[in-house]
Design a protein around this ligand. Structure first.
Ligand code: DQA
Length: 142
């Protein structure tokens, strides 16, 4: 079964970006981890990252049209993108919101997610393992 793992802005910088918050592992490491977890769960994982809101929205449309589940780290879009929220609301399969850090434990502006209300659920605060836990959720939701 296919699943998209989509990451938003600045996540291409994993490994060098605020390693105290996001860890030392890179986006390539994350992709390998997700593909490996997917193999064990019978999921064929398509890992993508973009800094571009329009591109992210087009991937969400693609997922909705193909009825593909999504693991999504919207990164900073989480906190302000109503366009992303409206795209997610069109989902036709489970969509799990993930965060590497725990936004609730950070700055005030990170406490609100404008996408959480249209996601199936949210997993945050487990480092890159957040993505693995989300893939497990996708596998269990069927
Ligand atoms: C993040 C948390 C967001 O607040 C932040 O803007 C990110 C990454 C996370 O994975 O912890 O870019 O989504």
């Amino acid at each position: 079964r296919p699943v998209y793992v989509l990451s938003g802005p600045n996540l291409s910088r994993l490994g060098t970006r605020e390693p105290d918050v996001y860890g030392a592992e890179t986006l390539a490491d994350l992709a390998a981890l997700c593909r490996e977890a997917g193999r064990g769960l019978g999921l064929s994982v398509d890992v993508r990252q973009t800094d571009d809101e329009a591109e992210m929205i087009s991937w969400l449309h693609e997922a909705a049209d193909a009825r593909v589940p999504v693991v999504l780290n919207p990164a900073a879009f989480t906190h302000y993108s109503y366009a992303l929220r409206d795209a997610i609301a069109q989902r036709t399969a489970p969509l799990i919101e993930v965060h590497i850090s725990n936004p609730a434990a950070r700055e005030e502006f990170r406490h609100n997610s404008v996408v959480a209300g249209v996601a199936t659920g949210t997993i945050a605060g487990f480092g890159l393992r957040s993505y693995v836990l989300a893939l497990q959720a996708v596998a269990e939701l069927g």
